[in-house]
Design a protein around this ligand. Structure first.
Ligand SMILES: O=C(O)CCC(=O)N[C@@H](CCC(=O)O)C(=O)O
Ligand SMILES: [Zn+2]
Length: 326
């Protein structure tokens, strides 16, 4: 049987780029890009991506397992599905990226960079998504979803959470219900546009899109898949058109809005968030988050939680987000 992850990691050309099972057709659309179409009519087009950051391996393993179940016939497919393994060269190296962070390049931002493998790949993924949603719509799909699976560099007070891109239209009830059923602990609402894959799919294709953070990034083979049962079940029900699973955790989802995007724009940027602080750690009003020539970032609200603090990003990129509970 076609093993998406093994084939992608091998980097070898694919000799048979299309195939069939009893219930679906599949097509290899490019390195790490696999489209699956059920033989029954369906009204939903789903993109699931992982490995946009190559060292975030748990979601890649999870997505590969799910794809294997569909291809083997163990699981029924009831949506048109595009599976994307985002950044194969960085997956081979177990690195977040090779040259530059691809999840800042979407929505055409790749054109602003000196061309490299990641700018070319971001463009290829945009085109693959466009082709997929267009053909799915022509075939009758009326709903579009995009879930981009990640794991975080740091540990988190809320272990599993989602990030919702800024969008003018209301968030879909179907997506919010699904995210809740997956057992996520928190949802973060972006307040500014960005170069993320989910911002792109939401803005350009009006997909119901969410970046999912499933835990802490570990190398291939080191992930404890028992931690991912909620999201696994959620993805299974999504692709198989099954009823939503019951939320396994008793705690309700906590919603946060982003109140500050901390941008590193100068070489002398200094971050004061302790290296060991977990994502969502709260800081009190007045705490100096970061400084650089001409700019000081402070906690402005009574309390703000920190997310993805990282002083080592390239100048011009996000070095952290500050959050307030909604
Ligand atoms: O742990 C970190 O510092 C980053 C984890 C990660 O890759 N997060 C995504 C979030 C994308 C979004 O805001 O939707 C990213 O930074 O690209
Ligand atoms: Zn990531």
């Amino acid at each position: 049987m076609f093993d998406l992850l093994a084939v992608t990691l091998s980097g070898e050309p694919v000799t048979e780029p299309a195939g069939q099972t009893e219930t679906l057709d599949w097509q290899w659309r490019g390195e790490g890009i696999l489209e699956l179409s059920p033989r029954v009519p369906c009204d939903t087009a789903v993109v699931i991506s992982a490995g946009i950051h190559g060292n975030e391996t748990a979601p890649i393993e999870l997505l590969n397992q799910l794809t294997g179940e569909l291809l083997s016939g163990a699981r029924a497919l009831r949506v048109r599905l595009l599976v994307l393994l985002g950044n194969p060269p960085s997956m081979r190296l177990n690195k977040r990226f090779v040259d530059e962070d691809m999840n800042r390049m979407f929505g055409g931002r790749h054109a602003r960079y000196t061309p490299n493998d990641e700018t070319r790949r971001a463009q290829e993924l945009e085109q693959a998504m466009a082709l997929f949603y267009r053909s799915a719509t022509a075939a009758g799909a009326r709903q579009r979803f995009h879930y981009d699976l990640h794991t975080a560099i740091r540990g988190s007070l809320h272990v599993r959470f989602g990030l919702l891109p800024l969008q003018a239209r209301p968030k879909s009830e179907a997506m919010l219900a699904w995210l809740n059923a997956c057992g996520l602990d928190a949802l973060v609402h972006h307040r500014s546009p960005g170069g993320t894959f989910t911002h792109f799919s939401s803005e350009v294709f009006q997909a119901d899109s969410c970046t999912l953070e499933l835990g802490k990034a570990l190398p291939f083979g080191c992930n404890d898949h028992a931690q991912f049962t909620g999201i696994r079940r959620g993805l299974e029900t999504l692709v198989s058109g099954e009823p939503l699973p019951a939320r396994e955790t008793g705690e309700p989802l906590v919603h946060y809005r982003v109140v500050q995007d901390v941008i590193r724009s100068k070489e002398d940027f200094h971050l004061f968030v302790p290296a060991g602080a977990l994502n969502f750690t709260p800081f009190k009003k007045g705490f100096v988050i970061a400084t650089e020539t001409g700019k000081t970032y402070r906690v402005e609200e009574e309390e703000e939680g920190v997310l993805f603090p990282n002083p080592n990003v390239a100048p011009g990129l996000r070095a952290g987000l500050m959050l307030v509970k909604m």
